[in-house]
Design a protein around this ligand. Structure first.
Ligand SMILES: *Cc1c(COP(=O)(O)O)cnc(C)c1O
Length: 456
């Protein structure tokens, strides 16, 4: 018989107790960052030759460190793109950790990868991509965008004429910063259509017309956005897809934030044309209620991704053997060793059913509409533009940029809310305004009203 390790049992119980407290807490303050020196002064030396002990370290975490984070699931955290992982997903994230699954190859991770693939089938079905399309979970939208663009570029370079050329992609200024960042990593040039409103086929055609002959030769892909991070704007995917088809360009849709809304009947039509994409990015850790980190890249043609990403090495050959036959996630994105990070999503979907996902996303959309009405009814507030998906940009009449910053810090300092300012490009000028992004279905109308009341 195994001797029961009392210390291990105690630590497990302590951790579970903490986790239960954390996920069931309804009213807690939004944490705030502290300076590294302050944290160091509070906790002292923790990495020592003998160790300080689990109980001691855990107490330091509870007392000093946990509160120096700003959890994204607080109902009044409406900054950037917040998140709200389901409790089922969080619980299975613990299982994922406890199971030590190497998620690169079927040979080692068949059970976990099977579950990931069941969740992925549902995600792919939301896109309307044709038979044969499939995807793989990544660490996030940045890794997904990079994996997709490298696939596109490698495919383009199969033509010997382009082998020595640096590629070029077109996107719009509404695209997420990671598109520019990954273009740098992949060493491709980028041309930006200068409008934050939705990109149309017409605007894309005009941008292509301004390219030099050499630039046109090097243009291989277009990145459209399915829900801009700043304002929730969905590009005109239908007309952009037509131009891509006519011009023989890879059509990537970055729906890292907005992709969750594919499940919502009320806005699904706004994504028409996404089914023509060559690749799509969706972040389950944004609007599919998964814990960090979980992104996904989906391809129309998986073989092209495999050609670009499959790693070769004598130590890896065993994985390609007959006995290990199955889906190898490593072949379709930039990472080798990987967590089966789609596993929490699978368990949550299996637990709740897809209808609950539909309802939770519809609630986020509804909250944006509610916020819009409250803003319009408020004498000092105005919408900068109509709410789009779950993003609301609005101004406090008469405020200067520093007023927004001050207001943000004040509410954050109190542990009350986190709502951050942004800029909106209007013609040639940028206006600083305030922005809500709703994800958490537990945010209430009262939460929004209370936040707006502080904008006196
Ligand atoms: C958040 C976001 C990304 C980056 O995703 P990460 O998961 O943060 O790497 C890319 N594109 C869009 C549209 C996003 O909203």
């Amino acid at each position: 018989m195994h001797k029961i390790d009392i210390e291990l049992v105690e630590m497990t119980l302590d951790v579970m107790k903490y986790v239960i407290g954390r996920v069931s807490a309804t009213e807690h303050k939004i944490g705030k960052p502290r300076k590294s020196e302050e944290l160091k002064a509070a906790v002292g030396e923790t990495i020592t030759e003998k160790g300080v002990g689990g109980e001691y370290a855990f107490n330091l975490w509870k007392e000093h460190l946990a509160t120096a984070n700003v959890p994204v699931d607080h109902p009044r955290n409406l900054a950037f793109v917040p998140a709200s992982p389901t409790k089922a997903a969080i619980m299975f994230d613990l299982i994922t950790s406890a199971s030590s699954i190497h998620g690169a190859y079927w040979m080692e991770g068949a059970g976990g990868i099977f579950c990931e693939n069941e969740a992925m089938k549902w995600m792919v079905s939301l896109t309307g991509l044709p038979e044969g399309a499939f995807g793989v979970f990544t660490s996030g939208g940045t890794a997904a965008n990079l994996s997709a663009i490298v696939t596109a570029r490698e495919h383009w370079r199969e033509n010997p004429e382009y082998q020595r050329e640096k590629g070029l992609i077109i996107t719009s200024i509404g695209a997420h910063s990671s598109v520019k960042a990954m273009a740098k990593v992949a060493d491709v040039d980028i041309v930006m259509v200068d409008s934050e409103e939705h990109l149309t086929g017409e605007a894309l055609k005009e941008a292509i017309a301004t390219l030099t002959a050499h630039q046109r030769k090097c243009l291989f892909a277009v990145v459209a956005t399915g829900g801009t991070t700043n304002a929730g704007i969905i590009d005109d995917l239908e007309s952009v897809s037509k131009v891509c088809e006519d011009e023989n360009l890879w059509f990537h849709v970055d729906a890292a934030y907005g992709g969750g809304a594919l499940v919502a009947d009320s806005v699904r039509h706004l994504f028409n044309g996404i089914e023509k994409a060559d690749s799509i990015t969706i972040d389950p850790h944004k609007w599919m209620f998964s814990p960090y980190d979980c992104g996904a890249v989906i391809y129309k043609n998986m073989e092209l991704a495999k050609n670009a990403h499959s790693q070769q090495g004598s130590y890896l050959e065993i994985f390609k053997d007959e006995g290990a036959h199955g889906f190898n996630p490593t072949d379709y994105q930039i990472q080798l060793t990987r967590r089966v990070r789609g596993l929490p999503l699978w368990f949550s979907l299996a637990t709740h059913g897809t209808d609950r996902y539909k309802e939770a996303v519809e609630r986020g959309l509804e909250l944006a509409q509610i916020a819009g009405r409250l803003i319009e009814a408020h004498p000092n507030l105005e919408l900068v533009r109509e709410p789009s998906l779950s993003c609301v940009l609005y101004r406090r009449i008469g405020w200067q940029p520093e007023d927004y910053t001050h207001w943000t810090y004040e509410n954050h300092e109190k542990g009350f809310a986190l709502v951050t300012p942004t800029k909106w490009k209007n013609g040639d000028t940028y206006e600083t305004c305030s922005r809500f992004c709703f994800i958490n279905p537990d945010t209430t109308e009262n939460d929004i009203a209370m936040i707006l009341e502080t904008m006196i």
